[in-house]
Each structure stands twice: as C-alpha cells, then as structure tokens.
Write a protein that binds this ligand. Sequence first.
Ligand SMILES: [Zn+2]
Length: 97
Amino acid sequence: MDMRLGDIIDDFCVKCRRLTNHAIVSLLNGSAAKVRCRTCYSDHDYRNEQAPPSKKDLKKAALFNAVLSGVDPAAAAEADGEEAKKAAKKPGKRAEA
Ligand SMILES: [Zn+2]
C-alpha cells in the first residue's frame, strides 16, 4: 500500500489512549514514520496501531531478560531505579560481596 504525506491512517494515540485518525507527517521507506493525531494534534512515531507497552510490562520484560541472562532478578530490579543512581555515585560499592 502506498502511503503519502497527509494520508489519514489509524494509529494508537497515547494522549487519547485509543486508536484515532492520524495524518502522516513523515515517511520512511514508503511507510509512515511520524503521524499527527487528528483528535489532539500531537505528533509521534507511527506505532503500527499498537498500544505501547505499559511501564509494568517493561519492568516484567526487564526481569525476564535478566533471568535469561543469568542475572539475579532482585539485583536487576534494584539496578533500574533510584538505587542504581545512588550506587553509581558510591565508589567501591558492594565491596563486601
Ligand atoms: Zn490524540
């Protein structure tokens, strides 16, 4: 299907939190790259009509990947929050381990 700038296509809008009409504002390799919601007029990358994963899902995925790579899930969960920033500032962290 040929897409052209200004074409109206369905996509998921995170602001409207539902599928809405979007106008194509940028094309990449013949398909939509960026779109503008016709309801709230916000621009975003074209999502192929998929809702973005929730933060909960991302966390779950991170834990799953951590398990796959043999990392302790508890350590991985600790590493992706404020704890990681604090730990990074301390030289010689976990010296006792
Ligand atoms: Zn919208």
